[in-house]
Design a protein around this ligand. Structure first.
Ligand SMILES: *Cc1c(COP(=O)(O)O)cnc(C)c1O
Length: 360
């Protein structure tokens, strides 16, 4: 079988990135975020690479936890959205997954539950993101409620930072202050930090940290590169040049004839498009790497192809490998040209992409 678009996952880089997490937060337990198929890196693969080294695995939902244990993963899973429906509870109890409780309806379901072993729960407080969580001001009342349910085992308290990646620190400092005030004197562990929080805010490195994107080697911070954070990219996405064309001045390239050549142009057609997860909104000028040189995208991204300007790389030939992101071309850079974030590129790869692995 030929390999058209490949995503090579460097599991040694993922292990390295976990060591970086431990350097930033040496006394914290680590709950690695492996949700969304480990941000497109393959949850089973990443779990096997890190299984013995993570203290817990954060997934979005029960299905993702089941996939991991079916594959032999032993690390306890935390369901970040908790129950999606009450019908999940018997399976969650039987599997001993850890639940995040973030809404009154979930407490009501648990109130009526009976379980031989106590159900381990994190309580999520909202400190300003206004997405999931109980109002932080109600923490004591929620605690009293949970404490009165012998079927529950309170692991601790969680909140999520909305702006930890931003240069402006004010909003995050307010969230941190609100959280610490809310849980003061209450029993249980604390967990606040995603990747950005644990790098940029030492006070956010509490009993547990919850790194996601940094495990995969992308920078979580505005204005700081992955390399500056000590991280190594773990995903390398490549395709190939399948045609080279000499296009005359004034000729338009691709759908909508949006790109018009201002001079005779040698262009390359690369076998990757939005049907593979290459971002359709990547603008003209988005770089790709051919023979270690950055050459710019021109014209619109199609389902199966993109076109690139080869004027800066005259030695390029049909069959050349083309790196879309990875070593030498951070996903963050490509994402910025496409008006998105690296997370979105990672998660967006489709099942047409062939996965390979190195560093095992
Ligand atoms: C996804 C997620 C994380 C990890 O976030 P990163 O920005 O990828 O580090 C941490 N906590 C919660 C609640 C999440 O949903």
């Amino acid at each position: 079988m030929t390999q058209r678009v490949t995503a090579t996952i460097d599991v040694a880089a993922i292990r390295h990135n976990l060591r970086v997490v431990r350097q930033y937060a040496p006394t914290s337990h680590v709950m690695g975020a492996l949700k969304a198929d480990a941000y497109g890196h393959g949850a089973v693969r990443v779990a096997h690479a890190l299984d013995a080294e993570l203290d817990a695995i954060a997934v979005a939902c029960l299905d993702e936890a089941v996939e991991l244990s079916d594959a032999g993963c032993q690390t306890p899973c935390v369901l970040l959205e908790g129950l999606i429906d009450r019908s999940e509870l018997p399976e969650v109890i039987a599997r001993r997954d850890r639940l995040v409780i973030h809404a009154p309806w979930q407490l009501d379901v648990l109130r009526r539950a009976s379980s031989e072993a106590r159900i381990p729960v994190w309580i999520k407080l909202d400190t300003g993101m206004n997405r999931l969580g109980f109002d932080a001001a109600r923490a004591s009342a929620i605690f009293a409620d949970v404490d009165a349910m012998p079927q529950l085992q309170l692991l601790g308290w969680m909140t999520h930072l909305a702006n930890a990646d931003a240069l402006d620190r004010e909003a995050t400092e307010a969230q941190l202050a609100q959280f610490f005030r809310a849980v003061e004197g209450l029993p249980g562990a604390r967990t606040v930090a995603n990747s950005a929080g644990l790098i940029a805010y030492p006070e956010a490195r509490q009993d547990w940290v919850r790194p996601g994107v940094m495990l995969y080697g992308a920078s979580p911070l505005e204005g700081r590169s992955a390399a500056q954070c000590g991280l190594r990219p773990a995903m390398d996405v490549c395709s190939r040049v399948i045609a080279i064309r000499e296009v005359s001045q004034g000729a338009a390239v691709g759908y909508g004839s949006e790109w018009v050549c201002s001079e005779p142009t040698r262009l390359g057609v690369v076998a990757v498009g939005y049907g593979d997860g290459y971002p359709r909104h990547a603008r003209a000028g988005t770089p790709v790497l051919i023979r270690s040189q950055r050459v710019p995208l021109i014209g619109r991204v199609s389902m199966d192809m993109i076109t690139v300007d080869l004027r800066g790389c005259p030695e390029a030939q049909v069959g050349d490998s083309v790196r879309l992101w990875g070593d030498g071309l951070p996903a963050e850079t490509v994402a910025e040209h496409a008006g998105t974030i690296a997370y979105d590129l990672f998660c967006g790869l489709t099942n047409r992409v062939r996965y390979l692995e190195r560093g095992a």
